[in-house]
Design a protein. Structure first.
Length: 179
């Protein structure tokens, strides 16, 4: 009786071992990529002619675009809104933390070398606008979603923006990464 039990157990081990060996390694589930960290990325303003905000006009909103490129050797994800603080060039400007749009973020997967951007909607104003009503951007502190370390980007486009840093629904705001 003991030998029958041993034979059945041995047969079960052989079948289990055969079944495990029959699953190719490539079919094994790959680990999902984790989120991108600031150290994984580089950032900058999109400078192409079609990406530059129209800061010389003052009748409508315009967009500036900031990009993130995955410079790490791994695939990672971004989801949500970047943190964006504008630092003004005038003594009265201070720092303006941009409000978020109501758009829903999507999860973006970045392989090594991939780039994604997000837009900032701006409302330019004329140079003749009273100083207390305009914000003159100098630098942008850009923090990737769910991170605490930021990039410091110099504002390359000139112009000034209608100062609405205390408004509930300002005309200058940012959209989620990928939108």
């Amino acid at each position: 009786m003991n030998s029958k039990l041993t034979a059945v157990a041995l047969a079960a081990v052989v079948v289990a071992g055969t079944a495990a060996a029959a699953v190719p390694a490539s079919a094994a589930a790959k680990a999902e990529p984790t989120r991108c960290h600031t150290a994984d990325l580089k950032a900058g303003f999109a400078l192409g002619d079609d990406a530059k905000p129209e800061m010389d006009q003052t009748t409508k909103q315009t967009q500036a675009y900031i990009w993130f490129t995955n410079q790490s050797k791994r695939t990672c994800t971004l989801s949500g809104f970047a943190g964006v603080d504008m630092i003004g060039a005038q003594k009265t400007d201070g720092t303006w933390s941009l409000a978020r749009s109501s758009k829903k973020p999507e999860k973006i997967t970045l392989e090594q070398g991939d780039t994604v951007d997000f837009s900032i909607t701006l409302l330019p104003v004329a140079k003749s606008t009273p100083q207390k009503e305009k914000f003159v951007p100098a630098k942008f502190l850009v923090t990737p979603p769910n991170e605490t370390e930021h990039f410091t980007l110099k504002w390359p486009f000139g112009g000034q923006i209608l100062k609405q840093d205390g408004a509930t629904h300002p005309a200058t705001f940012l959209n989620p990464v990928g939108l």
